[in-house]
Ligand binder design. Structure first.
Ligand code: SF4
Length: 478
């Protein structure tokens, strides 16, 4: 007899929202003893995450960041109560476009998944398992399937509209969002990216973007107002200026920007860009990095490696990842999700603002690389640019289990990067959002070996030498 599918009793959004309701009660000036006290009463998975965020060097930034996330979650709850529509978007869609509507509020699948993995006991595994139990394929991307799995339980806070911005940049992400909309009977809005980056393809993308706005206007029953868009984009522009300032601060050695700021930067970008909270959170990150620079603070004795993560990072063990790296002198300069290329949008008239938003959307991570006419060429170009800008001495590809997209180009990108810049890439295996695939201890071991044996020797000016096989019998097969 077929076993009945066990449905999680509570959804991810609702549980995360409950946890974040305590954030406003944490005082700004928490002492180490108070932090200890708070950590002591938290369940294990949340305790690990909070121990990373509340480390003394991160505490001030983390509180600002966590409060911003709380306001974002609350905004979605309140929007529903006030009869506004909640629009579920993937991370590669700029949320400021949704803030342009008075009657809408964005929630982002991958951010919700990350919050669930970081904050919930048992992380996001029950939602992933539920989705698999429905018969969905295990090659789906955990980044979005965990949140979508929760929505599919129909016990969670649900969006009113699904916006699919992965058409042509990530098929599995696109299908996952489409499936959710069809399953729950929600309106589905598409934004397609033509795989043509010539002026003709760009003009076509702008047309698709305008069509997507018209679809939203029709479903929301609201015309975009020029004055409101200008206000939202003015705030987005101010946040973008801080983004570039923070980018430049990464160029100092040792890097004064804590590793976790990489995650916080895109956490802000994908949620509240276009709101005042994003401006002040980005300003805070810049201020803290500048203060650390003036005090020459770095968490290890010396910076032994400057690593650029070529696509995503890992999110299931914050202290074991971000904090561990910098405590071992390995700077995380950023990852592919930080490549949001924010631009200052001219606010002259409706046309320039709409075109500015379209161009922003076209250059969001994943859309820009995986939706390009040559995925590996564009991805490589962006990695080379970032590594040169920030003087990285190594790259790490996290080998995200779910990401067939990037796996298909990883080998060629690694080879070409080495040939053109001399920068080696460590290729790992594991799921960025599911700890069951590869343990953090194993990942740390591989990162450490790479840094000690490849990066350190490169820094000393010695190429790592390969031991010559003594005889044909010792040579690797094939
Ligand atoms: S991580 Fe890979 S599979 Fe997942 S949404 Fe991004 S491109 Fe798609």
């Amino acid at each position: 007899m077929a076993k009945e599918l066990t449905k999680p009793l509570e959804g991810l959004f609702n549980r995360v929202y409950d946890i974040f309701s305590i954030v406003d009660r944490l005082p700004d000036d928490m002492t180490d003893a108070e932090v200890e006290g708070v950590l002591h009463v938290l369940p294990t998975d949340l305790r690990r995450t909070m121990s990373a965020f509340l480390a003394p060097r991160l505490r001030e930034a983390s509180l600002e960041f966590l409060r911003l996330i709380k306001r974002w979650l609350e905004g979605a709850r309140r929007a529903k109560e006030e009869g506004k529509k909640v629009v579920l978007v993937p991370f590669n869609f700029p949320p400021e476009v949704i803030y342009g509507f008075e009657g809408a509020w964005p929630i982002t699948s991958e951010v919700l998944t990350t919050l669930g993995v970081a904050a919930l006991e048992g992380q996001g595994e029950r939602y992933w398992d539920f989705a698999m139990g429905l018969g969905l394929p295990d090659f789906a991307c955990s980044a979005n399937m965990i949140e979508v799995g929760s929505a599919l339980t129909e016990t969670d806070f649900a969006p009113d509209i699904v916006l699919n911005d992965c058409f042509a940049s990530c098929d599995i992400n696109s299908k996952t969002h489409e499936f959710l909309a069809r399953y729950l009977g929600l309106p589905l809005v598409f934004l397609e990216k033509p795989p043509d980056d010539t002026p003709r393809g760009i003009r076509q993308y702008y047309r698709y973007f305008r069509a997507m706005l018209s679809d939203l206007e029709e479903i929301l029953g609201e015309k975009l107002r020029e004055e409101r868009i200008r206000e939202v984009l003015d705030r987005a522009n101010r946040a973008s200026e801080f983004y570039w300032e923070l980018w430049d601060l990464h160029k100092f050695k040792p890097c004064p920007v804590p590793n976790a700021f990489s995650l916080m930067t895109y956490g802000i970008r994908y949620t509240m860009w276009g709101q005042e909270e994003a401006v002040s959170a980005m300003e805070k990150l810049v201020k803290i990095a500048k203060d650390r620079l003036s005090r020459k603070e770095y968490p290890a004795e010396r910076e032994v490696a400057r690593a650029w993560w070529t696509y995503t990072s890992y999110y299931f063990d914050m202290p074991g990842f971000f904090n561990w790296m910098e405590e071992n002198g390995i700077t995380h300069l950023g990852d592919g999700l930080d490549l949001v290329f924010p631009r200052i949008i001219p606010l002259d008239d409706m046309d320039s603002m709409v075109e500015g938003m379209a161009e922003t959307a076209r250059n969001m991570p994943m859309t820009r690389q995986m939706g390009a006419s040559s995925m590996s060429a564009q991805w490589l170009e962006d990695i080379i640019w970032a590594t040169r800008e920030l003087d990285a001495d190594c790259c790490i590809y996290c080998g995200h289990h779910s990401c067939k997209q990037t796996w298909s180009g990883a080998a060629v990108v690694r080879r070409e990067l080495l040939a053109r810049t001399g920068i080696p890439t460590l290729v790992l295996q594991g799921d960025a959002w599911i700890k069951r695939m590869t343990s953090m201890e194993s990942l740390q071991e591989q990162i450490k070996e790479f840094v000690d044996n490849v990066v350190a020797k490169k820094r000393e000016g010695r190429r790592p030498t390969r031991r010559k096989p003594a005889s044909a019998a010792e040579a690797p097969a094939g």
